[in-house]
Design a protein around this ligand. Structure first.
Ligand code: CMP
Length: 153
């Protein structure tokens, strides 16, 4: 299913090519949803600029999610993301950050819109299928967290 219109002839002045970090989280990998999620990503016009499988250890998970340190869900978040391998991906398209957040759907899958990844595949706020960077600064940090220059296409 495609949530976004193909590129229009009249470009929105605010459009810009961006990169964002996506993670197909351990629940999705365990349940074999990775192929279907990658297909939704492709259908919605994102180009894959880097991709790899990785099993985060606790130290790296705490570093990656350091902006959430001290929040009540932090420990569950770290335990969950380290519970198995995940797939990290750099995605590129116009307005990639906001468009991928839209494709993902709300953090709580019960509140996610029809046709979003979390509506289709997530179970709960913790076990929520995918991650997407929430702003330009975090996208830059998160892409560099997982990928060196040599690992990018
Ligand atoms: P993610 O997109 O990976 O970014 C931060 C994560 O924190 C988020 O997905 C959720 O898995 C988790 N998270 C955010 N808010 C809550 C919450 N209120 N309760 C539990 N987990 C949360």
């Amino acid at each position: 299913m495609q949530l976004f219109k193909k590129k229009s002839y009249i470009q929105n002045k605010k459009s810009m090519i961006q990169q964002t970090l996506a993670i197909i989280k351990p629940d999705s990998v365990r349940k074999n949803y990775a192929g279907k999620i990658l297909s939704m990503i492709d259908d919605n016009g994102f180009a894959i600029k880097a991709i790899k499988g990785i099993h985060l250890d606790t130290r790296d998970a705490k570093r990656f999610y350091s902006i959430h340190e001290g929040k009540p869900f932090f420990e569950d978040l770290v335990n969950f993301i380290t519970s198995g391998p995940c797939i990290a991906i750099i995605l590129e398209k116009e307005n990639a950050i906001i468009d991928f957040r839209r494709l993902i759907g709300a953090t709580n899958p019960k509140e996610a819109d029809e046709g979003t990844i979390r509506k289709n595949f997530a179970e709960s706020k913790t076990s929520n299928a995918v991650h997407g960077s929430d702003c330009e600064g975090n996208a830059l940090y998160e892409c560099s967290f997982f990928f060196s220059g040599q690992e990018r296409f």
